[in-house]
Design a protein around this ligand. Structure first.
Ligand SMILES: NC(=O)c1ccc[n+]([C@@H]2O[C@H](COP(=O)([O-])OP(=O)(O)OC[C@H]3O[C@@H](n4cnc5c(N)ncnc54)[C@H](O)[C@@H]3O)[C@@H](O)[C@H]2O)c1
Length: 308
């Protein structure tokens, strides 16, 4: 994969998935603006890229505002003279069940994920349209946004909104040769280490043990580096025709998520009143209800060995 000559902004790339994306993009030849709210972390990613022979600069700003988005696009253009791809990856969690979720919990997550994606994408697209050379928006979705998830009112709503962004912007940006896709990742990072089901594998990784092959397949759970190849692909010329998609990746699995569509319909001359719906619903559209939530994968072998 050759990204020589391309310039990419990766938000939230001081650690975790974003850092893996920035390093993989730089390894493929792109020059990268590494963004994070954490200055030390951003600098660490820049240094890792430089040590591997790549080119990157740090821009420390919290995404969410228009000013931050302008700063990021401005830095790419000032530093490297162009912008080819915007990867909106920055994220936080404030998990609580609905009745315990405060306005602040809700707003903080919406601000970083949904507004951060909106503002960064808007600034990037303005630049892409002016430059007239096409462009790439690579958005961070989540299984929580595709399916809903217990305790994640704010996060699931933001991520569902981001999937809707991808489908909407793919239409709006097609004429300008700008592709827009959402990644639905799954990887061991500080964000996922607190999920009880995944914690044993993250702890095993911390002890230097590899994630078992069966987990990499059944749970599609691996390292951040396992996800980075998808970002490099989407930023490359090879993905020029891929747009409007939600693409899953994690461990050994690459997948395509479906988009919502009507599954079953029923018709009644003159339309439906409540009594008619009550009569017809169980045997027509309601016959097989849709599931919701992220199903726990069935892992056919035992848990990873404990440390001696
Ligand atoms: N890890 C997974 O399995 C997984 C699954 C689904 C979705 N995601 C999404 O992938 C993205 C990266 O997640 P991760 O697991 O690497 O998380 P992480 O917590 O390891 O990294 C997130 C980074 O974003 C930075 N950040 C937070 N707020 C910011 C802001 N306002 N501006 C700039 N940077 C900010 C943090 O400082 C941190 O470096 C997130 O959008 C997350 O929702 C991750």
């Amino acid at each position: 994969m050759d990204l020589n000559g391309k310039v990419v902004v990766v938000t939230g790339s001081g650690q975790g998935l974003g850092s893996a994306y920035a390093q993989a993009l730089a390894a493929a030849g792109a020059r990268v603006v590494v963004n994070d709210v954490n200055a030390e972390a951003a600098q660490a990613t820049v240094e890792q890229i430089a040590a591997a022979g790549g080119t990157a600069v740090a821009e420390v700003v919290g995404v969410g505002t228009t000013e931050a988005a302008k700063t990021l696009v401005g830095r790419a253009v000032a530093e490297f003279g162009r912008l080819d791809a915007m990867v909106t990856n920055a994220g936080i969690l404030r998990d609580k069940v609905l009745w315990n979720m405060s306005d602040d919990d809700f707003d903080a997550v919406i601000q970083v994920h949904l507004r951060g994606t909106f503002t960064c994408a808007r600034e990037a697209v303005k630049h892409f349209r002016e430059a007239g050379e096409g462009g790439r928006l690579i958005l961070a979705g989540s299984p929580a946004g595709q399916r809903g998830n217990f305790g994640q009112t704010n996060y699931a709503a933001a991520k569902a909104g981001i999937a809707a962004f991808a489908r909407t912007w793919a239409m709006e940006c097609a004429k300008a040769r700008i592709t827009v896709n959402a990644i639905i990742p799954n990887a061991a990072t500080s964000m996922t280490r607190t999920i009880p089901f995944l914690a044993p594998y993250v702890e095993a990784m911390d002890r230097g043990e590899p994630i078992p092959a069966v987990v990499r397949r059944a749970a599609s759970f691996g390292t951040a580096d396992d996800v980075a190849g998808l970002v490099v692909f989407l930023a490359s010329d090879a993905a020029a025709a891929v747009t409007g998609q939600c693409i899953g990746i994690g461990g050994d699995r690459l997948s395509l998520w479906s988009h919502p569509e009507e599954l079953r319909s029923a018709f009644r001359d003159g339309g439906w009143d409540a009594d008619a719906i009550a009569d017809a619903y169980p045997a027509t559209v309601g016959e097989v209800p849709q599931t919701y939530g992220i199903p726990l994968p069935k892992i056919p072998t035992t848990q990873p060995k404990a440390a001696p």
